[in-house]
Design a protein around this ligand. Structure first.
Ligand SMILES: Nc1ncnc2c1ncn2[C@@H]1O[C@H](COP(=O)(O)OP(=O)(O)OP(=O)(O)O)[C@@H](O)[C@H]1O
Length: 247
């Protein structure tokens, strides 16, 4: 197995209070990994650590030689400021930042790619709409169009199918399958365990630390899920500070 991402004794947290403790493990190149766990288990925190929005309190996230620009991130829709005055077209075009210099303008080939990305998510005709006027599902489609343009090797999706209808979820999961078929490495935080069981070969069950990691059927047992719930409920929000790695 060729590793694409590794956690090495990784501790992440806020104001030095740990939210993820001493996580170790390796994600293979081309993996399709679901990250599951109760509310507050640390899934979003882990993803923020992977994409560099959160600096480890201890340990390390190893991208195994990948440039950060080769990592694409879909934040939770709730984290997006929908009052920001930007059109669908411009938000999707931001997916090209790796290849286009934003202030240089967008050329014909880039316009073509944006058009195709919007078509792929079923939003042709929405180009000039401000994002504040979109439904939750439409906004999620726009964010997937942006991911399409990013063309990243490692894709991190935080609750990509939350609060959207079944048709939209199925359409967007079709894109995830396509990326998986192209050999990209995908991590997705999910609450729908049925979807995880049927569609994700590998699962990491988190409860502030690793509860289990492996094939879905081995990880999603009643005993493991109960253990994760108990661990989250028992977690001390004021747990001792972790020393910063650099100290
Ligand atoms: N910006 C922040 N500042 C302080 N604490 C935070 C911050 N963001 C998250 N936390 C805390 O870190 C812990 C892990 O939160 P996180 O959002 O990673 O969990 P999650 O598994 O993604 O939860 P959910 O399923 O509800 O989205 C929680 O106790 C949360 O309150």
């Amino acid at each position: 197995m060729t590793p694409q991402l590794a956690f090495r004794d990784l501790t992440l947290g806020y104001e030095r209070h740990p939210a993820i403790h001493h996580l170790d493990g390796t994600v293979a190149r081309g993996a399709l990994l679901a990250v599951v766990g109760p509310n507050g288990a640390g899934k979003s925190t882990l993803f923020k650590g992977i994409v560099g929005l959160l600096r480890p309190l201890a340990g390390k996230v190893d991208l195994c030689g990948l440039d950060r620009r080769d990592v694409a991130y879909l934040p939770q829709v709730a984290d997006i400021d929908r009052t920001f005055p930007i059109s669908v077209y411009d938000l999707v075009a931001m997916g090209l930042w790796r290849t286009s210099w934003l202030f240089a303008g967008i050329g014909a080939s880039a316009r073509h790619r944006i058009h195709h990305a919007l078509e792929a998510v079923g939003l042709t005709g929405f180009e000039r709409r401000p994002i504040g006027n979109l439904s939750g599902g439409q906004l999620q489609r726009v964010l997937f169009a942006r991911l399409l343009l990013q063309d990243a090797r490692l894709i991190v999706l935080d609750e990509p199918f939350n609060a959207i209808d079944a048709k939209t979820a199925a359409d967007l999961f079709g894109l995830v399958r396509r990326w998986h078929g192209e050999g990209r490495t995908i991590l997705a935080a999910l609450h729908d365990l049925e979807m995880v069981r049927t569609s994700f070969p590998e699962v990491l069950l988190l409860a502030r630390e690793k509860v289990a990691w492996g094939p879905a059927d081995d990880v999603l047992t009643a005993a493991n899920l109960q253990k994760a719930r108990r661990m989250c409920e028992a977690f001390d929000e004021d747990a001792a500070e972790c020393r910063v790695a650099a100290e």
